[in-house]
Design a protein around this ligand. Structure first.
Ligand code: KE4
Length: 427
């Protein structure tokens, strides 16, 4: 059988990078086969090293809501690059992007740019601990907030995908203060506050879980977290790295009308370049050096190219009609997948919030990790491979979210549904 370019590139990559990749979930371990090496993206499409074209629903794991190589984003980056790639000093571009973000999320009074979602979440937790002078934090089983030591506890995304028992190399002392509650279960949160009174600095939550696959908050869950943290003097942190500008232009905090104390962002705000941010109440943010004593820094934070890409990207999704169109596309995809699965007699459970969606295989109640982990990952893997053969690139894991872009069209959704029809009948 002729070796594909992806196969020969993967063979080389495996001599250079652990598992041949620079982020674990890309290795296709959960779905089998060789990961596709991508030559270029254009709008809703990816083109692999063998020239095959795929309709892309990963979109770089969320950032590319304007699709690949959007001319306005490319022009913004090109123009910025002609002025230099980094200054290590403030520029007006940081101000412009911050103001743009705040125009979407007015609860953010002040922020700090970093270079990844991981940096944003680890910094926000350090800040919450500094602000409350408490050590313990609460996260939720199945939620993933990046790979900082203190958060690699019962995490979702690649940790769940690879079935890793959390990570070696994280001293038990480091995670001693990391408490885990059940998503959509306020009693499990209350129990931790009863057990550790006045010791819990913060709750960090994906307000719509995306790293178990998409799991929406049940009615009252987020409001419950808000009232518990207010009562207990703990900081409520919405990790909107994925949900920001994805579940609603104003993020989950606007969609569900719950105001967190701090918000972490990433992905979309970088327009495909490395950007993260944390921000929220000025009273808390004032504690961040150099205005306060809580230290956090970054060589490339506020990078002019990344700022320019983010500004251009957010400008492309400011119009309400853009969101009406995205909502229609999401509904069209959801209904089409459901109808084809039904015709083929395949049992699925679908979730979607705005432009994030997941098709779980099996009769799964999308409530928490205990339920989600029952999904049939074997059937999912077969479906993934069949969709790939039919020209559709889904996230290579049952425990990840799919994403839409403004470059996806009703016709492209119809092609996707036709691919799903073939894939379901092949299972
Ligand atoms: P990064 O450090 O990967 O930029 O962001 C970490 C992060 C933080 N918070 C949430 C809610 C996230 O979803 C992420 C990263 N998401 C994964 C996809 N599930 C990134 C993909 C990957 O790890 O390769």
């Amino acid at each position: 059988m002729k070796t594909t370019n992806s196969e020969s590139l993967f063979a080389q990559a495996k001599t250079l990078f652990p598992g041949g990749v620079n982020s674990p979930v890309r290795a296709f371990r959960a779905v089998g086969g060789t990961p596709l090496f991508i030559k270029r993206g254009e709008g809703p499409y990816l083109f692999d090293a063998d020239g095959n074209r795929y309709i892309d629903y990963v979109l770089s794991w969320g950032p590319l809501i304007a699709g690949h190589a959007h001319p306005k984003v490319v022009d913004a980056i090109t123009k910025a690059a002609s002025n230099g790639t980094s200054y290590g000093a403030p520029s007006s571009l940081e101000i412009d992007l911050a103001k743009s973000i705040i125009s979407f999320m007015p609860n953010i009074e002040m922020m700090r740019f970093v270079n990844s979602g991981t940096e944003a979440t680890m910094s926000a937790l350090r800040l919450a601990r500094a602000f409350t002078k408490r050590d313990k934090i609460i996260k939720f089983e199945g939620c993933y907030h990046g790979h900082a030591d203190l958060l690699l506890v019962q995490a979702g995304s690649g940790v769940a995908t690879l079935g890793l028992p959390d990570s070696p190399g994280v001293p038990s002392d480091t995670v001693r203060h990391t408490l885990v509650a059940n998503f959509n279960d306020l009693d499990s949160v209350e129990a931790l506050f009863r057990k550790y009174p006045d010791q819990i600095a913060a709750i960090m939550v994906e307000p719509v879980a995306g790293n178990m696959g998409v799991v929406p908050p049940q009615y009252g869950f987020l409001q419950g977290l808000r009232s518990i943290t207010k009562r207990e003097g703990s900081v409520l942190i919405f990790d909107e790295v994925m949900t920001g500008f994805r579940v609603h232009p104003g993020g989950a905090q606007t969609l569900y009308q719950v105001v967190p104390d701090l918000t972490t962002l990433g992905k979309v705000i970088g327009g495909g370049l490395p950007v993260g941010a944390y921000g929220g109440k000025k009273e808390i943010m004032d504690l961040v050096a150099p205005s306060g004593s809580m230290y956090q820094a970054g060589t490339l934070a506020g990078n002019p190219l990344a700022m320019s890409a983010g500004i251009a990207m957010l400008d492309l999704i400011r119009e309400q009609k853009v969101w009406e169109r995205l909502e229609k596309l999401g509904a069209q995809l959801e209904e089409g997948i459901a109808s084809e699965a039904k015709k083929a007699g395949v049992s699925i459970s679908q979730t979607r919030v705005g432009t994030m969606f997941t098709t779980f295989f099996g009769d799964i109640q999308p409530k928490d990790w205990t339920n989600i982990k029952k999904a049939d990952t074997i059937i999912f893997a077969k479906f993934f491979r069949a969709m790939l053969e039919n020209g559709v690139y889904l996230a290579p894991s049952q425990f990840e979210a799919g994403f839409l872009s403004i470059t996806h069209t009703p016709e492209i959704i119809e092609q996707t549904i036709e691919a799903a029809r073939k894939a379901f009948t092949s299972l």
